[in-house]
Write a protein that binds this ligand. Structure first.
Ligand SMILES: [Zn+2]
Ligand SMILES: [Zn+2]
Length: 301
């Protein structure tokens, strides 16, 4: 019923992606209606569902150590192709990471379960409190979802930094204070308790640390291109005790957290959706996304 475009799809389209071989079937964010269900499935034809495109094996070295996101076979068994009319969801995913969609949630917002699960995995690494200060750098879909998630968790001081006016305005509508990226000031002169990098640019990975207070954690969320390296001030990291974190993907708990956020009426992610497009317009959609026009587009296969 709905399949949203994603920064990962754009990366795959523009520069290739190790997990999304091109040419190949496209799309990994989705919601829809069950056409047929396998034997023993808890779903039946006609059920409205939302899901993610992967599920861990829950038996390998990583899975049994609480790191399902790093599961040996999580990527080998993922499903792509949500831009098509039909998607065959493998048993492992249907059992663990597919959920019924409540009526009050639109199909297009339900399609955001996967990126929101990535965000939930990241947020789970930040022990935020009500009075925490968090700087989110990069007002793309992921940065905006961080703002929404932190607000749902009751964090008062969320500052979103970026360049794109439209995207910053979307962040403001989600409850963030916004600032131009070259005008970021240290929170209360001390720096932020948490800094969340959502651009995937090496230079921003490096500068993120500048805004962190002593004892802060910096979440390096955006994945830069392969082969790149970042450098950090060792004195800053050691004597100011800065923790660098860089989460990848998500485990089953993060998917459940994301599902709870999505069905919470307080979270309205409609500001992230830049309109419906036809699949035939795919080329133009990715050209627009590359040019920073729009945030996420919705294909309705
Ligand atoms: Zn995605
Ligand atoms: Zn595993």
């Amino acid at each position: 019923m709905a399949a949203t475009t994603c920064g990962t799809d754009l990366k795959a389209f523009v520069r290739g992606h190790p997990q999304i071989p091109m040419p190949g079937v496209f799309g990994h964010e989705y919601s829809g209606v069950v056409e047929k269900a396998g034997e023993g499935s808890s779903f039946k034809p006609g059920d409205a569902v939302m899901g993610v495109h992967s599920a861990p094996c829950q038996a390998c070295y990583w899975c049994t150590r609480g790191q399902e996101n790093l599961c040996d076979s999580i990527m080998a068994t993922k499903v792509l192709g949500s831009y098509a009319e039909f998607l065959l969801v493998p048993e492992r995913i249907a059992k663990l990471n597919l959920f019924s969609k409540p009526d009050h949630l639109s199909f297009e917002q339900a399609s955001l379960l996967e990126p929101l699960a990535c965000v939930a995995q990241g947020v789970s690494m930040l022990p935020v409190q009500k009075d925490s200060s968090v700087l989110v750098i990069g007002p793309g879909a992921i940065g905006l979802m961080f703002v929404g998630a932190l607000k749902i968790k009751g964090v008062e001081n969320v500052v979103l930094a970026g360049r794109n006016e439209t995207r910053l305005a979307a962040g403001a509508s989600l409850g963030a204070e916004t600032v131009k990226v070259d005008q970021i000031e240290k929170f209360e002169g001390r720096g932020f308790d948490y800094v969340v990098e959502c651009t995937g640019q090496v230079s921003v990975w490096e500068s993120s640390v500048d805004y962190a207070r002593r004892g802060a954690s910096v979440l390096l969320f955006g994945g830069p291109p392969g082969g790149t390296r970042a450098s950090f001030d060792t004195h800053r990291l050691h004597y100011d005790e800065i923790t660098l974190l860089s989460p990848f993907h998500f485990g089953t708990q993060a998917v459940r957290t994301a599902r709870e956020w999505l069905i919470d009426p307080r979270l309205d992610l409609s500001a992230l959706l830049s309109g419906d497009r036809k699949l035939e317009e795919g080329d133009q959609v990715f050209a627009d996304l590359k040019a920073g026009l729009g945030i996420k587009y919705v294909f309705r296969p």
